[in-house]
Design a protein around this ligand. Structure first.
Ligand SMILES: [Zn+2]
Ligand SMILES: [Zn+2]
Length: 205
């Protein structure tokens, strides 16, 4: 994930109101809504086009601030950077990805004459977020796999099954099914080889 709204540094972006002031273009109208003048504030937060994209992600992240002004947004992002729960990270990634894709959409319209609808941008941003969640889950699993999920009692009392150990090819293992991914995905099965000399643990999704 290379998107950082802070790194994007809004102040450096040559929005059309500036280009117009500098005499580079004749018309300062926002290309997303074709109604208002384009400034940073308008483009990212005031524009009806941007607002409809934001709305989706604000609701999704349970953020009940409709369209916070630019500076507040940057402060909000910086303040929340430290105490990063997954939920906070997701809100951050959403903000960064929305800003990035709004800016990208604006540039595609100006330089390539191509345009997407707010819904199309929402689905691109949503897939960026899903990718991010997958990476985070995988990192979490890697950490998790270090700690054994079976107790000594499981070895004696846990349900057993015929499963081939990937380490010693022994045919019996204790198993346990756990929901470690999202609720709509199948459970993962964890195995513990019953060959006492081996004790290999492995997982099947
Ligand atoms: Zn606009
Ligand atoms: Zn084994």
């Amino acid at each position: 994930m290379g998107y950082s709204p802070v790194a994007l540094y809004f102040g450096e972006l040559a929005t059309r109101d500036r280009l117009h002031r500098w005499g580079v273009i004749d018309c300062a109208t926002c290309v997303l809504c074709t109604t208002f003048d384009e400034s940073h504030e308008h483009l990212f937060f005031g524009c009806p086009f941007s607002t409809s994209v934001w709305h989706y992600f604000l609701v999704k992240n349970s953020i009940h601030r409709p369209c916070f002004p630019l500076l507040n947004a940057i402060q909000w992002i910086d303040v929340h950077r430290g105490g990063a729960t997954l939920q906070t990270l997701l809100a951050l990634v959403s903000c960064a990805a929305v800003v990035y894709h709004l800016w990208r959409e604006r540039n595609r319209r100006i330089f390539q004459g191509m345009s997407s609808t707010p819904d199309q941008i929402i689905s691109v941003v949503a897939s960026v977020i899903r990718g991010y969640v997958k990476i985070k889950r995988r990192q979490h699993l890697v950490e998790k796999e270090v700690e054994p999920i079976f107790s000594k009692d499981d070895m004696k009392n846990g349900p057993t099954t015929e499963a081939t150990c990937p380490n010693c090819s022994f045919g019996k293992a204790v198993f346990q099914q756990l929901q470690i991914r999202s609720a709509d995905e199948p459970m993962s099965t964890f195995y513990w080889c019953l060959n006492e000399k081996c004790g290999q643990q492995w997982r099947e999704d």
